[in-house]
Write a protein that binds this ligand. Structure first.
Ligand code: PLP
Length: 509
């Protein structure tokens, strides 16, 4: 074995074979350098391209080095992080990042994650992490209040909405169908278990069905209405048809804030259908949950209190760095009934007020996710969060109105959330096809070109969706540093890129 202090020259390179951890004073020095690095990163973020243009082979050639056999100096590691990693990232923290559902790691959240790593708490049992477990309870109660969910609901912090939905549906199957899959497995049940969700729901619902052994064929995709919202009546018809066919309906996943256009399903009417047919209602409020904090979001917000389980993502909306999601369940013990399994080495004596969070999901070792939420909510206050969220909603309204009043652009769908779907259909293109409508494929190729041009410019980063009436560019506004001037600049960039792509396409026809 190499002695920790052995140094020398190997293959012509000086090395120190230390064990790699730092002495306290070294840590403080390196920590100061890291804080300066983070400070500079945020201070200069506006000057970075939102997304890099680099081909995968070139990037891999830069990064994919041989594993180091001996420890390296941290100065070199930090320098390489600056030169090899940061320039080749897509910057989710950038004020003109508008793809997917844009979000930001706020600074209290960034530092809380550092402290959480330093404390290295494993929040599996109350005993293994008393203050972390107590804090998880508290932030879950705080956020339940923000979401309009009763404080007595069971809750747990997990890593993302996809897994939260999987855990909720596991509890749903165990509670509603009484199959005891937990003990007996999937053997011997003749009827098909059916799960309902809209044709707009997130792919995580299908993934949950895959993992649970329900199968994608048994995920009934109920057609949403013209506003991309699943209606109670359409759901009831699908359930009724399945009952007539001898299937076994067990759960519904409704969405508050769908992925493509941020629509809300008709949650109240859906809850009525669920009650009528004894179905578990899981609401995917991963995106839509917390916007109700903003004044205008509150007016439109769906009531989540009737759901059997709800998922909402602080890492999408509440400025929490990845990864943290809140899962709530109205039925006390439905989650522990399916996930509680306590081997001897984890047994502790029960005590009042104790929550062992390892019982609420399959995850045993759990990081201290509650700390960043505690820091963020205390730093902003609920009112501060509400004001921030309202700003995003206001900026989205401005963009929707600007694009909606430009004759070369369409805003085919509205949303109460700060997600703007728009497409470029210039008058010149429409004239070519009149009186027939422009083919959807032609609109798609033009707008895909606009998307590529905007993203390649580095000035902004967008994503897209394909709606029933064709391709749209999606502009999600949710970054904490986005200012009205960014949205004005984005609108100018969109128009400029669109005209260039259109001119190019005309020139090559
Ligand atoms: C509506 C909706 N639900 C669930 C998810 C999955 O979220 P996560 O990345 O936290 O698993 C997404 C992701 O964008 C989403 O849009």
């Amino acid at each position: 074995m190499t002695a920790p202090d052995e140094t020398g020259v190997r293959d012509g390179t000086a090395f120190s074979a230390g064990y790699g951890d730092w002495e306290p004073d070294e840590f403080v020095g390196n920590g100061e350098a890291v804080l300066a690095f983070i400070g500079d990163y945020f201070a200069g973020i506006r000057d970075l391209p939102v997304s890099p243009t680099v081909d995968p082979k070139t990037l891999s050639a830069k990064i994919d080095t041989e594993v180091p056999q001996v420890g390296e100096d941290f100065t070199a590691i930090l320098k390489d992080t600056q030169s090899l990693i940061v320039p080749y990232l897509t910057h989710w923290n950038h004020p003109r990042f508008h793809a997917y559902f844009s979000n930001t790691g706020s600074l209290p959240g960034v530092l809380a994650d550092t402290v959480s790593s330093a404390l290295n708490v494993n929040a599996m049992l109350w005993k293994s992490s008393p203050a972390a477990s107590a804090l998880e309870k508290t932030v879950l109660r705080w956020m339940a209040g923000m979401l309009g969910i009763a404080p007595g609901n069971d809750g747990v912090l997990v890593n993302g909405a996809s897994l939260a939905t999987l855990y909720a549906l596991t509890a749903a199957r165990e509670t509603v169908v009484g199959l005891d899959v937990r003990e007996r497995g999937l053997t011997g049940y003749g009827r098909r278990l059916r799960l309902y969700t809209s044709d707009q729901a997130h792919s995580s619902v299908d993934k949950a069905a895959i993992v649970l052994g329900i199968g994608r064929e048994n995920v009934v995709r109920v057609p949403a209405d013209d506003g991309y919202s699943m209606r109670g009546a359409a759901l009831a018809a699908a359930v009724q048809a399945d009952l007539s066919a001898g299937h076994q309906p067990f759960a519904v996943v409704a969405t508050a804030g769908t992925t493509a256009v941020a629509a809300d399903d008709e949650i109240d009417a859906i809850a009525d259908v669920c009650r009528q047919y004894f179905l578990w209602l899981h609401v995917d409020a991963a995106y839509g949950g917390f916007w109700r904090l903003a004044g205008s979001g509150a007016e439109a917000a769906a009531d989540l209190s009737r759901a059997d389980s709800v998922v909402a993502n602080p890492h999408k909306v509440l400025y929490a760095p990845m990864e943290v999601t809140a899962l709530y369940c109205r039925h006390r013990d439905a989650l522990p009934n399916v996930f509680r399994l306590v081997p001897e080495y984890l047994r502790t004596s029960p005590d009042d007020g104790v929550v062992d969070y390892m019982n609420y999901s399959p995850q045993l070792g759990r990081s201290f996710r509650a700390l960043k939420l505690w820091w963020i909510i205390r730093s902003f206050g609920v009112q501060g969060l509400a004001n921030r969220l309202q700003r995003s909603i206001d900026m989205a309204r401005w963009l929707r109105s600007a694009a909606g009043s430009d004759p070369d652009w369409q805003v085919p769908v509205d949303s109460t959330y700060p997600l703007v779907c728009l497409r470029y259909v210039p008058r010149g293109l429409r004239r070519r096809y009149e009186p027939a409508p422009v083919p959807l494929s032609r609109i798609a190729s033009l707008n895909a070109g606009v998307l590529d041009a905007v993203n390649a410019s580095g000035a902004a980063f967008l994503s897209h969706a394909v709606l029933r009436d064709g391709y749209v560019l999606r502009v999600s506004i949710g970054n904490i540093r986005t200012e009205p001037s960014d949205i004005e600049a984005l609108w100018a960039q969109l128009r400029m890129s669109a005209e260039q792509v259109w001119d190019d396409q005309c020139a090559h026809q």
